[in-house]
Design a protein around this ligand. Structure first.
Ligand SMILES: [Zn+2]
Length: 298
């Protein structure tokens, strides 16, 4: 574990969390309620029988360890106050207790710590981005922006929804997700990233009196000339989006081999293929959550 990187965590995240003092309702009963929410989420997704191949004691070094399972093991051992410990304290305490943690697992634990104790991941695009990478075991780069992968975004959205199902993302986070989707050529926000749909489609109104174009906030009058001659500008990629959704819907629950089977050689086919690959990653992570929780319960 790179100590410099470890010190960047509290600087970049802890302080942002501090500046947003906000009582978190889930804080007091974190361990029990987190386990409950994980169980209900996992049972929703992991209908197939998956056996955990990893002994719980080895999970801290397992590259496939689920971030929430790691966090629950930490909470179980050290109590909810571990959520407030600085990274060095947690690191040293775990070493003292003979728990060997890989750098990837430590990044996952830090990410869940931030998500459970701060609203920043829902509010600030850069924090959201670090979470998406760290939950995948990638140490966040606090200097350069690294392109997030769709699969990491799916997993991040899952983990955040489990930790606080009611909290909404801000426009800033939505725009970041929309930019990441656009960068890969996507014209729709699939599944758990649907919260970014508005940011992706940027609905606009056009005034046919003065031709002004502006964001569609259900205005009844033109913000430029006051006329009521407004009409919605159709989403430029509406046809492609609808084609993608039509291809994706019947395939979303299928295993990857069958999802990609029969996809047309078209723009929509290629986009759905890309979504399917990353969705498969998210599905695997969900199954790991289920399997590893079963391992813990033994
Ligand atoms: Zn006008």
């Amino acid at each position: 574990m790179d100590l410099d990187k470890m010190h960047a965590w509290p600087i970049a995240l802890g302080q942002q969390a501090m500046e947003e003092q906000e009582p978190l309702e889930y804080h007091e009963s974190t361990t029990a309620s987190l386990a409950e929410r994980c169980a209900s989420f996992a049972s929703e997704w992991g209908s197939d029988k998956v056996a955990s191949i990893t002994e719980p004691s080895l999970l801290f070094k397992d590259p496939e360890a689920h971030p929430l399972v790691l966090a629950m093991m930490v909470l179980d051992r050290y109590g909810p106050e571990a959520l407030e410990w600085a990274p060095e304290v947690l690191r040293v305490t775990m070493m003292r207790d003979n728990l060997q943690v890989s750098g990837a697992s430590f990044a996952k634990i830090m990410a869940v710590q931030v998500i459970l104790s701060s609203p920043s991941p829902w509010r600030q695009w850069n924090v959201f981005h670090w979470m998406a990478r760290a939950l995948a075991g990638l140490p966040p780069n606090f200097v350069f922006l690294e392109q997030p992968e769709l699969g990491h975004l799916f997993v991040c959205a899952d983990v955040m929804a489990i930790c606080d199902p009611k909290r909404q993302t801000t426009v800033e986070v939505d725009k970041f997700v929309a930019a990441a989707l656009r960068h890969e050529g996507h014209v729709w926000a699939p599944e758990s990233l649907a919260f970014a749909t508005r940011a992706l489609e940027e609905p606009q109104l056009e005034c046919s009196t003065c031709q002004a174009l502006f964001e569609d906030n259900n205005d009844q009058k033109c913000i430029s000339c006051g006329a009521t001659t407004l009409h919605k500008v159709p989403y430029h990629y509406a046809a492609l989006r609808d084609e993608c959704i039509a291809l994706w819907k019947p395939r979303r629950a299928l295993p990857l081999e069958r999802t990609v089977d029969g996809l047309p050689e078209s723009a929509a086919g290629n986009l759905v293929y890309d979504v399917a690959l990353h969705w498969d990653h998210a599905q695997r992570v969900r199954k790991q959550l289920l399997a590893q929780m079963r391992g813990l319960a033994k």
